[in-house]
Design a protein around this ligand. Sequence first.
Ligand code: ADE
Length: 423
Amino acid sequence: MTTQFVGDIADAGLARAGVARIEWAAREMPVIAQIRERFAKEQPLKGIRVVACLHVTSETANLMLALRDGGADVRLTASNPLSTQDDVAAALAIEYGIPTFAIKGESNETYYQHITEAISDRPQITMDDGADVVAILHKERRELLADIVGGTEETTTGVIRLKALAKSGQLEYPIVAVNEANTKHFFDNRYGTGQSTIDGIIRATNLLLAGKNLVVAGYGWCGKGVAMRARGLGAQVIVTEVDPLRALEAVMDGFRVMPIAEAAPLGDVFVTVTGDVNVIDTASFETMKSGAIMANSGHFDAEINLKALNTMAESRETLKPFVEEYTLADGRKLVVLAEGRLVNLGAAEGHPASVMDMSFANQALSAEYMVNNHQHLEKQVYDVPREIDDEVARLKLAAMGIGIDVLTPEQEHYLNSWELGTH
Ligand code: ADE
């Protein structure tokens, strides 16, 4: 029997397992569940064609179902060649009828081919994680721009790319930067990346982190999370930074801070979370200890200079899934996890559902906002409206059964007055 579906997936036989995984994630996504229920009643996205280029995980599947139930015509394509959960992709395409283009381990060529197929349906809303759809539309498929009313962007790296595009005056439609919501980056970037990155490193290596020197390159929200959780497991954490304020913050948070050149010979494990290129480069490879392990948790696989490492190495061997060892001419061996791609999604399952619940609530509500407000927006990158951010926090707290205080009228008055000082 052939199974009918639209998309390109690894194995249709995984669809039932994918449903179970999606339902498991749903247990930790009460905010998305509430939004899905309201969307099903109100149909705010009725007939809107949405292309989503996101990591194809069980959490993303729950977002897709909320959008679909809100009336959207959704197509999903992977936002990274290594992050797809093949069972989830199969479930989405076959059990839920959502066209899905994603295969774990796909080549870069297939990755771009999948995006091309996903956008062939003339999308009206784009939902990106890393701005690849926006980049392709602006560079190669400009004829599709006419139908697009707006977009959303999930991640720090994507927002940086989009702001550069807007600054150059070439952005052709408004985009909401979901990453900038407090209910996104405080939680997803910090606690999500913190836990899932360590999870990826441990699943790939089964390494004991206690007593190891773990170098975190970058002390943004993601770096803070990784450093915090590595310390919790007993690692001696060293932070490298280029930003003086963040470096100072890391010092006062109790971490050693030094340039990468000094950290390179000390580190047992290196994690890059900077969003920049060649953060670990030839000079570092030359002084690293034999056996040093490198992992990246920044959006693109550009942070560890693998091209240079490949050139320096005499041989390369896959020791186990997601663990590759490079042997250098002097006999030292350097290890790279998950091909230098996002280690948390390559070697583990990405951020836990509970944080993705908030990130994707912002996505769903921002898509609704874009449909309702695009006429009044410029071709710029916008923050998530404060009301949406606050609403997500309120819904999450309520779902967790946590109550908070409200200001008394006297306290409100006090906060709004300048006359009242020392009592
Ligand atoms: N980004 C990081 N973790 C993720 C997850 N679990 N699902 C989708 N996108 C993610």
